[in-house]
Design a protein around this ligand. Structure first.
Ligand SMILES: [Zn+2]
Ligand SMILES: [Zn+2]
Length: 288
């Protein structure tokens, strides 16, 4: 029997994806996925729709969420310097009140951040981005940088959303604003309260040195963190190998997820990543 095709990271229009959860499910099915998780940013409201669609298509469904965390290395290790890190919660109970309250709290900060992003872009000579970004945000509570990026493409300030992030919206560029998300202990508490397991999303994407990333992994592990994404649409082949080693070193389980956002915005289709290295313990090893 071929190994199960497991894809545990994807987004719908409930956050910054381009497709409704039902259509993401259809893409996952078309990509040969057997076990699929939807992991919208700071939001769980599409999980019911996603589960129904997944089960109707004959896939196993995993309830997920991707939580935005602000983390800073200790003084002496280049800190304090805030970095946004994404922590995925898998097998969560989407009705858990601690989780719901926490996520609502983070979402409420997004509007204020969006206003500051728009103000900054206005000063840089690009007016009207708040209204422009809002057009792309189906969930009004989840206005994200991706929605600004789509508007910047629309008005010709970037040729792709990838380029929009490269020239705007990231540290040191117009439209970047520092923002306080959840703390790591908060996010871990919400996930564990909801019965889930915490997974570091795309660890190769953060602007942290190796010692800083090691500090983060140690803290994550101390707080009960169980896994890291080894195979993700954000990693290069070299990074697959590197984070497989990290997983072995720290004793983390390994996860696999495309981080699919929709046609034209994702390098990897659902289900299309290479399998995990055979010696790693998959995060799903005792789920079925
Ligand atoms: Zn992410
Ligand atoms: Zn994601």
């Amino acid at each position: 029997m071929p190994p199960m095709n497991v894809d545990l990271h994807s987004h719908s229009i409930a956050s910054d994806g381009l497709l409704p959860a039902m259509e993401v499910a259809a893409r996952a099915k078309a990509g040969g996925v057997d076990v699929w998780a939807l992991t919208d940013h700071d939001e769980v409201k599409a999980l019911g729709e996603a589960r129904s669609a997944a089960e109707a298509a004959g896939m196993q469904f995993v309830d997920g969420v991707e939580i935005s965390v602000s983390w800073s290395p200790k003084a002496g290790n280049g800190g304090p310097k805030d970095t946004t890190i994404h922590v995925v919660g898998l097998q969560i109970d989407p009705a858990n009140q601690v989780l719901l309250d926490g996520l609502r709290q983070i979402r409420s900060g997004r509007d204020e951040r969006a206003e500051r992003i728009a103000f900054d872009l206005d000063i840089a000579g690009i007016p009207g981005t708040l209204a422009g970004a809002r057009k792309y945000a189906v969930n009004p509570e989840l206005l994200s940088r991706s929605h600004f990026a789509r508007y910047l493409v629309e008005v010709g300030k970037a040729s792709s959303t990838h380029q929009a992030f490269h020239h705007f919206l990231t540290e040191g560029k117009p439209g970047y604003v520092a923002h306080q998300w959840a703390t790591l202990p908060e996010a871990m508490h919400w996930i564990s309260s909801a019965g889930g397991i915490a997974v570091v999303a795309h660890p190769g994407r953060y602007k942290l040195s190796q010692p800083q990333l090691n500090e983060f992994f140690a803290e994550f592990k101390d707080l009960g963190g169980g896994a890291i994404e080894v195979m993700t649409g954000s990693h290069t082949t070299t990074q697959y190998n590197h984070f497989a080693d990290v997983s072995r070193c720290f004793g983390f389980m390994a996860s696999r997820g495309s981080d699919y956002h929709g046609p034209g915005e994702s390098r990897i289709e659902p289900g299309a990543l290479p399998p995990l290295p055979a010696d790693l313990k998959p995060v799903w090893h005792d789920w079925f």
